[in-house]
Design a protein around this ligand. Sequence first.
Ligand SMILES: [Ca+2]
Length: 201
Amino acid sequence: MRTRKKVCALVLALVLALPCLCLGEDWEEIPTVVTIVSAPDQTEAQRPTCFPDPTENYIPLPEGENLAENKPVLASGTHTDVYVISNINDGSTSTYWESNGYPAEVTFELGEIYTVSTVAVCLNPSSIWEPRKQEIAVQVSVDGESFKEIVSAELYSFDAATGNRVRIDFDPTQAAYVRVIFTKNTAQRTGGAQAAEICVY
Ligand SMILES: [Ca+2]
């Protein structure tokens, strides 16, 4: 037992002495060289060209101003949880509106009379939003009181592969108000309509 203690003490002494031996006169300190490289200006995420563009199969939206973005918007009923109606035209597909039941009418006040010909309904393009169909109709008005139906209710397919968006085109018509009416959503885990953005062109 006493011999084992002596061996342990010897090993401990050698371990403690090792740094001192290494830092003897023969130890040569290597100078640290720091090279500062300036990064290029980058204001948004950039994709290396060797990777495919994930948006290349997205349903294209029309050129020009989205007339619904940040305009006054009114929903016919209540929303689910925290998914308030103001999420529907805040310019971001990361936020969304979800109605509490059907029918769910969303009316945009464009501010003046425009000639419109497209309504796009977008969900978040992430594939965690599984494919679903929503039944949608479109009405327009020039005075906010008398509305006419320009697209009758129809089921539209949403698929992340094409951007989780649908584009509803119709003959050019005058409108100061655009109303989008949802009557069905085949998605699981919801009892209402869903839209991350509704755009009007
Ligand atoms: Ca949004």
